[in-house]
Design a protein around this ligand. Structure first.
Ligand SMILES: *Cc1c(COP(=O)(O)O)cnc(C)c1O
Length: 331
């Protein structure tokens, strides 16, 4: 595992911001009247659902890919993804004229596969879990020599995700809390490093699923542990953190103040409510940070102004239709 001295610095994250600026969108930070009323403190939404390719993932992926050598680019990129990382990699690969292979498992929603193919990436479906997809990608790298683009456990990816917090604290310097979904931990690591560098007293809160949250279980165990992956409306934040995790485990361990665990049943009603009140459709993984903002654990901390990262919008319309028709029946 990496040492504290290797954690991306504020300077690394500022350089990342300059590097990726031409390929990403600077997303707005908006005040939510409705959520502030419900929470009892100011809730500000960082709208990464409006990001290019539909989620924040392009920030980390572009900070990595833009630093690849000509030789690494020429070999083509390979990535494993639950959907959004692959979508970002596929988009960037097309834009930079690089070939991309994305390995997904059966749990990857169809709309995300279609989007990756539409950008010209080759989508390889392998196995029932992300771990199966990962093993297959490693075989392909060994046989054919592609360049690996990690979804979270990479210092350049983490620095890229950290640019979210740099933007948000530029817009709202006196925020005292930032809440973001937590899965592999690239998002939370970057957000925590950037937030605490610009505003040392800010609380950093993660939101994970209650069923088999990979990072939370690993923190409890004191080392990366395996968890089973389950089908979920929050498919972008399920699964393990990798037994060979080097970067996100220590960074999240050192910098996260608290993780709120979210139940599957609470997702659909909140997605529906969010669409109704904010006028935006967001995916299941993204409403976990909204639900965390409304949790008793966060209320107890008595924040005054919280930034809530809305991480992505990539839910397919048929699933969203089910969510609005019958929120209690989705699992
Ligand atoms: C990837 C992703 C997350 C979780 O990010 P990690 O870096 O894996 O913790 C949250 N929300 C969405 C929409 C994502 O695509």
């Amino acid at each position: 595992m990496i040492e504290t001295s290797e954690y991306p610095s504020l300077r690394d994250i500022m350089i990342a911001r300059q590097r990726i600026e031409p390929v990403i969108r600077r997303t707005p930070l908006v005040f939510s009247e409705h959520l502030s009323d419900r929470a009892g403190f100011e809730v500000w939404l960082k709208l990464e659902n409006l990001q290019i390719a539909g989620s924040f993932k392009i920030r980390g992926a572009s900070n990595r890919i833009l630093q690849m050598t000509d030789d690494e680019r020429a070999r083509g990129i390979i990535a494993v993804s639950s959907g959004n990382h692959g979508r970002a990699v596929a988009y960037l690969a097309r834009r930079l004229g690089i070939t991309a292979k994305i390995v997904v498992c059966d749990l990857c929603p169809e709309n995300k596969r279609v989007a990756m193919r539409s950008y010209g990436a080759e989508v390889i479906v392998h196995g029932d879990t992300q771990d199966d997809a990962q093993t297959h990608a490693e075989d392909l790298i060994a046989q054919e020599g592609y360049t690996w683009a990690d979804p979270y456990d990479d210092l350049h990816v983490i620095a890229g995700q950290g640019t979210i917090a740099l933007e948000a604290f530029t817009d709202l310097p006196d925020a005292d809390m930032i809440i973001a979904p937590l899965s592999g931990g690239g998002l939370l690591s970057g957000v925590a490093l950037a937030s605490k560098a610009v505003s040392p007293n800010v609380s950093v809160i993660g939101s994970s699923m209650e069923i088999e949250p990979g990072m939370v279980r690993s923190l409890q165990a004191g080392k990366p542990v395996h968890v089973e992956e389950h089908p979920s409306l929050a498919s972008s934040i399920t699964g393990a953190i990798g037994l060979r995790n080097r970067c996100t485990f220590p960074i999240v361990r050192d910098l996260m103040d608290h993780a709120v665990l979210i139940s599957e049943d609470s997702l659909a009603p909140e997605m529906r409510r969010f669409a109704d009140n904010e006028g935006m459709i967001v995916e299941g993984g993204s409403v976990t940070s909204v639900l965390a903002a409304l949790s008793p654990e966060v209320k107890e901390r008595q924040p005054k102004r919280a930034i809530v990262v809305i991480s992505g919008r990539n839910i397919d319309l048929a699933t969203f239709h089910q969510v609005t028709q019958n929120p209690e029946m989705i699992s």
